[in-house]
Ligand binder design. Structure first.
Ligand SMILES: *Cc1c(COP(=O)(O)O)cnc(C)c1O
Length: 439
């Protein structure tokens, strides 16, 4: 459910017609619906509350970490799952208190561990023995104990794209469940740690409840074992990963309510507070990427729509073979025909959709790349010295640029050429030497 819909033949974000945003802000741009973000959070947290599950929803902010989005969710009472010192800083800037922040990730640096200790976060989701030793040492220096969970790898097949599956034993994430009891014993013996929970995250864009049910079972068994070993576990963190409907033609993934019901079924056995880390489920269809068609081009066998958005703005199709629905903002009458929607970037992999049946689209038309609110703007780059596109938040009739464009002139101004650059050419050696090496 989202708030992007046709009104009088024109696609709107809530009550704002998209052409009005294109006119004011330019294209491409990301457009987010505040009501959709809030609705997703409330549906999910509400379902857990209704089922009587003591819970904390820690939004996985890597999905969309714009400060306006974080502020919106923080206002709803959400906690945050952070995966870097930078994200910790963002969570704090959005006013999220430490007791609502968990820190995940396989490579936390000493500086990041120290910053999170200073922030008094709820829990460190540790992923290796090496991390436990460092965390303990830094906490001891500060004269405190760090609350810690181990991210356990339940070795389930999440049946999702290989680049976003994290719960199988061959990924870099987590510790094998077979070693968990031993490592928990080590953690409990370290002077700077306080074992407080158990953590998992098996992957992203998971479209069936089965892998979750299986993993919850494995974690429940481990929880029993850890309690019998004498650990005082006060929470279980079930990670994120619930998929969203990207494709109209595909069967829908479970609803947030259904997922919450599954969590509720296991919650009694867990017998402790449950932390959840949804990212995509909250953010994905709360956002679109708005783009304008620069050229329409007929090839030997195909028709191409060359859009002003590209892989640097939305890399999901290229990186994960992801499907995004593409809607015409103002639909023209006529037959559908298959087109490739590509960007201007000099890479064959630069496309937004391939072989997509579209109604007639002309140069200058606006297209909406749907379900782009998660893992969209956060993965954007300036590759090909393109503008880092602006992000816009809509609420009712209002819209606001929540991140302005980062244009080439500013990018160039941030770079610095050393005053010895001419000497560097000389120092590189004689052309003859290069010719010699090339042989
Ligand atoms: C990415 C991530 C999430 C969120 O995953 P979604 O599929 O967006 O829900 C949650 N927890 C951890 C540890 C993650 O790395």
């Amino acid at each position: 459910m989202h708030h992007f819909a046709l009104l009088d033949g024109v696609l709107h974000a809530e009550d704002v017609p998209l052409p009005a945003i294109a006119k004011a802000v330019g294209t491409p741009c990301y457009i987010y619906s505040a009501a959709t973000f809030v609705r997703h959070y409330r549906v999910f947290a509400g379902a857990l509350a209704a089922a009587g599950v003591p819970h904390l929803v820690c939004y996985a902010m890597k999905a969309n970490s714009n400060q306006a989005v974080l502020s919106l969710l923080a206002h709803e009472g959400a906690g945050m799952d952070v995966v870097s010192g930078g994200e910790l800083m963002r969570a704090q800037a959005a006013g999220v208190p430490g007791e609502r922040i968990v820190f995940s990730g396989v490579g936390k640096t000493d500086a990041e561990l120290a910053a999170a200790l200073d922030a008094g976060i709820l829990c460190f989701n540790a992923e290796s023995e090496s991390e436990l030793f460092r965390l303990s040492a830094i906490a001891v220096e500060k004269g405190i104990r760090a609350p810690v969970s181990l991210r356990v790898n339940p070795d389930v097949d999440a049946k999702t794209h290989a680049k976003i599956a994290t719960g199988a034993s061959e990924t870099k994430f987590g510790i094998p469940v077979s070693r968990a009891r031993g490592i928990y014993a080590e953690a409990a013996a370290l002077p700077g740690l306080k074992v407080s929970g158990v953590d998992m995250h098996i992957g992203s864009q998971i479209t069936s409840l089965d892998p979750f049910g299986h993993a919850f079972q494995v974690l429940g068994d481990l929880l029993d074992a850890l309690r019998s070993d004498g650990h005082a576990i006060d929470h279980i963190d079930l990670g994120g990963g619930l998929g969203v409907p990207y494709e109209v033609a595909r069967p829908d993934p479970p609803l947030p309510e259904e997922y919450a019901a599954l969590v509720a079924r296991h919650a009694n056995r867990f017998g402790c507070r449950v932390i959840l880390e949804p990212g995509r489920m909250i953010a994905a269809n709360a956002g679109i990427l708005l783009t304008r068609v620069i050229h329409r081009k007929t090839g030997e066998a195909k028709t191409f729509l060359v859009a002003d958005a590209a892989m640097n703005d939305l890399i999901r199709p290229t990186l994960y073979d992801a499907h995004h629905e593409v809607w015409s903002v103002e639909r023209r009458p006529g037959e559908e025909e298959p087109v490739d929607i590509v960007g201007p970037v000099c890479e064959t992999g630069d496309y937004l959709a391939l072989g997509r049946p579209m109604p007639p689209v002309e140069r200058g038309d606006l297209l909406a790349i749907m379900t782009a609110g998660a893992y969209g703007a956060v993965q954007a780059s300036t590759y090909n010295t393109r503008t880092l596109v602006p992000e816009v938040l809509v609420s009712g009739h209002r819209f606001h640029v929540v991140r302005p464009a980062f244009a080439p002139a500013e990018q160039i101004a941030r770079e610095s050429v050393p005053d010895w650059i001419d000497e560097a050419s000389a120092a590189a050696g004689l052309p003859e030497a290069c010719a010699e090496e090339r042989r």
